[in-house]
Ligand binder design. Sequence first.
Ligand SMILES: NC(=O)c1ccc[n+]([C@@H]2O[C@H](COP(=O)([O-])OP(=O)(O)OC[C@H]3O[C@@H](n4cnc5c(N)ncnc54)[C@H](O)[C@@H]3O)[C@@H](O)[C@H]2O)c1
Length: 260
Amino acid sequence: MILEGKRLLITGVITKDSIAFHVAQRAQREGATVLLTSFGRIRRMTERAAAKLPEAVEVLELDVNNEGDLEALTGELRERWGRVDGVLHAIAYAPEDALGGRFMTAPAQSAAQAFQTSAFSLKALAAATAPLMASGSSIVGLDFDASVAWPIYDWMGVAKAALESVSRYLARDLGPFGIRVNLVSAGPLGTVAARGIPGFQQLADAWRLQAPLGWDTSDCAPVADAACFLLSDYARAISGEILHVDGGFHAIGAAPLVAT
Ligand SMILES: NC(=O)c1ccc[n+]([C@@H]2O[C@H](COP(=O)([O-])OP(=O)(O)OC[C@H]3O[C@@H](n4cnc5c(N)ncnc54)[C@H](O)[C@@H]3O)[C@@H](O)[C@H]2O)c1
């Protein structure tokens, strides 16, 4: 069991389709003790999903944009565990007018909101948990390849580019403490967040055609397994990395021609 004895904080579970739910499930099976976070009105949904995990878990309050919640989180974790071995950042949000083909008309405020919740939040979460982390600890975030522009993804894509950069700066600043920071760049998965992006199906179809290994948008397990690997000691010399778990899509320039 690659996560035996590890204490992991997992954000971003809203339903049992959430990528973070699959990470929590896999992590428990690999021997980890897990705490989840959620906030406000969706907390009940998180608690319902949490009840479906192999072992009971508690849900701590965390709106990642709320300074008070971040401070309270550090205190809670210190009291409950004293140390944290790993953190999963599975948080993203962009207002509707910043997505779905509205790149040119989105107001600055919406772009800034996407940036704060989806990219700056990795720094915020790291700052709240790093004081409790010993050398060998690991922070993992979830990315959608931001090295190119995509249809419909718009300011969420820009926020992901920022997330990639934030993870490298965190790797720089936390590396001297032995804390690793990495991202898993996932192919499209049919979660609540993804289905909320108008035109999600377009991306899913592109993946089915172009990924050399094929891609199942309903299977979060490969992404969860990779996140667990990065949270484990097997990845002890890996930091500042973006691990693509996308069926090989990123390595291929164009979909093969299909005979008509
Ligand atoms: N689904 C995909 O196709 C896909 C692909 C690549 C990367 N990702 C990334 O995976 C991560 C998880 O998304 P998902 O697809 O599992 O969707 P999801 O909707 O299940 O999870 C998104 C989570 O973000 C949380 N969140 C939003 N605002 C927050 C805030 N202010 N404070 C705390 N939490 C907040 C929500 O509560 C929710 O749990 C995101 O970073 C997403 O961009 C998703």
